[in-house]
Design a protein around this ligand. Structure first.
Ligand SMILES: NC(=O)c1ccc[n+]([C@@H]2O[C@H](COP(=O)([O-])OP(=O)(O)OC[C@H]3O[C@@H](n4cnc5c(N)ncnc54)[C@H](OP(=O)(O)O)[C@@H]3O)[C@@H](O)[C@H]2O)c1
Length: 256
């Protein structure tokens, strides 16, 4: 089984690190730039802590679980290595791992937030590599963690990443805006909790096509106009509401 060295102390490092630990993958160390946080994370994972710039132990895979914008600089600062140097981003190509000979990707299609370690055993893990060797090593690691492993090149990953943002990040922001509207009117924000839970469950059960309800789905133009009027003091949200409603009206055969 390939051994790992993880660079990063954030959310992805936490959840992936715990999943690797649970799968029994040898963790040769955790590397970070904040001494306290790095020590804490390493202890949680039962491995040793190293600071960026220090001499690092060897491993079959050096996994860069750092912010997308930091991947290239962190990869560039690593010494020459026989290991597969890999990142965990859906948005970045293998080029970010220049100049390493063996480059890989292990991208979990999951929202990894704060909280308890997440079970990744059914989470799709996307792997890639710049050679058969790198692909094989990344697949061997991923298959220890999840039953749902597939290989994708950068163009496909970018498309899936865009779809993932539409599926997860944008709706969550709209929930935040919905709660803000309630709070501003001194109404309890938790009124929307059961709605969100049932919506997610119905999308999973029926698919979005059938799960969608609401004024635009029905073609209730007057209700939409009333909502737009209520958003008069919130012009950007009003614009977003109008654009999304127009997309729904068109998709379900109503006059937009
Ligand atoms: N969270 C998710 O839902 C999710 C899902 C799939 C993939 N990913 C991928 O996981 C990767 C990390 O994301 P995250 O969500 O874990 O972010 P995060 O929680 O914000 O953690 C980012 C980590 O990057 C480190 N970092 C940032 N700039 C650095 C630099 N210049 N040099 C060294 N270390 C640096 C941070 O160090 P400090 O703590 O010292 O600032 C921190 O350890 C990204 O590539 C992201 O695309 C995230």
């Amino acid at each position: 089984m390939p051994s790992l060295l993880i660079i990063g102390t954030g959310r992805a490092a936490f959840h992936l690190g715990n999943a690797f630990k649970k799968a029994g993958i040898p963790l040769n160390g955790l590397v970070g730039r904040d001494p306290l946080r790095t020590k804490e994370r390493a202890t949680e994972l039962g491995t040793s802590a190293y600071l960026i710039g220090e001499e690092l132990p060897s491993a079959d895979v050096i996994l860069l679980a750092v912010s997308d914008d930091a991947i290239a600089a962190v990869a560039h600062a690593l010494p020459r290595t026989e290991a597969v140097v890999a990142h965990v981003s859906g948005a970045r190509s293998l080029d970010a791992l220049h100049p390493h000979q063996h480059q890989g990707v292990l991208w979990p299609i999951q929202t990894l937030g704060i909280g308890a370690p997440m079970d990744l055993s059914n989470v799709p893990l996307i792997v890639d590599g710049n050679s058969d060797h790198a692909k094989q090593v990344m697949r061997a690691v991923a298959q220890q963690v999840s039953t749902h492993v597939s290989e994708m090149g950068h163009a496909q990953r970018q498309r899936v990443h865009l779809a993932a943002v539409l599926t997860s990040n944008l709706p969550v922001f709209l929930v935040r805006e919905g709660q803000r509207l309630l709070k501003e009117a001194e109404l309890p924000a938790d009124l929307l909790g059961p709605l969100w839970e049932t919506t997610a469950a119905r999308v999973a059960e029926l698919g979005p096509e059938k799960a969608l309800t609401g004024p635009a789905r029905r073609g209730d133009a007057r209700t939409i106009e009333q909502h737009l009027a209520l958003l008069a003091n919130d012009p950007e949200l009003q614009e977003a509401y109008a654009v999304l409603s127009k997309l729904i009206l068109k998709a379900y055969g109503h006059r937009a």
